[in-house]
Design a binder for this molecule. Structure first.
Ligand SMILES: C[S@@+](CC[C@H](N)C(=O)[O-])C[C@H]1O[C@@H](n2cnc3c(N)ncnc32)[C@H](O)[C@@H]1O
Length: 307
């Protein structure tokens, strides 16, 4: 059954915006850090209008020539491209460690399943998201006549409802097999206690030796400790946009205390990179808009044995 107008309105606008950013980079960078122009499939023209409505005040203030131009100069542009590249690189590096399951938590319009057909021959992929966003994605695939690989499993779940384990298992997830979890662009939308409960769940979901890649914002921005700084000003701009989208940022973490927090939750932090570290690692792909993201970070942690 086609989605109701209310359900369509509930589709994540931020998920569409980040998908559009990946496409802008893929289309315009001379040597893109990743090839993902899948917003062309996932973001319908009416959904583009929905994103545009959220961005319009800033587009007008800055006199942007087009939405693509605006997105390319957005403070989150580099972070969105690089966190994906960071995570996929980490996944490819660790595949030989018996990782057979890849779980996209808050998958949005991630297109891994179609961008890497050869990977889909060795991985079971689980896309977890809220039902409306997930249904919209499936409808776009159907409308466009794009086949869903048989080992891609859509799992509808709400992280605030603590039903992740049950939902994953019902979707075919094997608790006895190692997994790589990707949780990009999501922690900032969830209350802190929900994030911490999620961190605690990983060693309950998969055997030790699996991984979690996740992005987060530095919580000094939320406390206002850096008020007035360039980083804070960029954050204020994005904050207004996500609030207009109805998806406010509510949680950040302190990079200094993150390792201990994760350790208490059964995870060992391996890497935690800011925008400068990411630029140093990946370069800019010849894309002059790939400026160090001022407030986003991306981290990789290993799942410890359950104790
Ligand atoms: C900014 S988008 C990021 C999407 C994707 N990870 C990416 O980087 O392209 C945030 C995603 O988190 C999902 N999300 C937000 N709150 C959630 C919740 N409580 N439970 C499950 N998914 C949630 C949204 O529906 C959306 O798809």
């Amino acid at each position: 059954m086609a989605m109701s107008a209310n359900a369509v309105k509930a589709v994540s606008t931020t998920a569409m915006a980040v998908s559009l950013i990946r496409s802008v980079h893929s289309h315009h960078a001379p040597d893109p850090l990743l090839h993902d122009a899948w917003s062309d499939v996932f973001v319908s023209s009416s959904m583009r209008k929905q994103v545009r409505r959220v961005l319009l005040p800033e587009m007008q203030r800055l006199g942007s020539a087009s939405m693509d131009d605006y997105l390319q100069h957005h403070p989150s542009y580099a972070a969105i491209v690089m966190r994906e590249r960071f995570t996929e690189d980490a996944l490819f590096r660790t595949l030989d460690e018996d990782i057979e399951q890849y779980v996209l938590l808050g998958a949005g319009f991630d297109a891994f399943a179609w961008r890497y057909p050869s990977m889909m021959e060795r991985l079971n992929l689980f896309e977890v998201d809220l039902p409306d966003t997930q249904q919209y994605k499936q409808e776009r695939l159907e409308t466009s006549g794009i086949r869903t690989p048989s080992n891609l499993h859509f799992v509808a779940a709400d992280f605030t409802q603590s039903n992740l384990r049950q939902s994953l298992v019902s979707g075919g997830f094997n608790l006895d097999k190692k997994a790589f979890f990707s949780w990009l662009g999501v922690t900032l939308y969830l209350p802190r206690d929900v994030n911490i409960e999620m961190f605690r769940q990983f060693s309950n979901l998969a055997p030790a030796g699996g991984y979690l890649a996740f992005s987060y914002i530095d919580d000094c921005l939320l406390t206002g400790a850096e008020a007035g700084s360039a980083k804070w000003k960029a954050y204020q701009r994005v904050r207004a946009e996500v609030e207009r989208a109805g998806e406010p940022w509510v949680c950040g973490f302190n990079p200094d205390t993150l390792p201990d927090l994760l350790e208490e939750c059964g995870l060992t932090l391996l890497e935690d990179l800011d925008g400068y570290d990411l630029l140093e690692r990946f370069g800019d792909g010849g894309d002059q808009c790939m400026l160090p993201a001022p407030f986003s970070r991306v981290a990789l942690a290993k799942i410890n044995p359950l104790h």
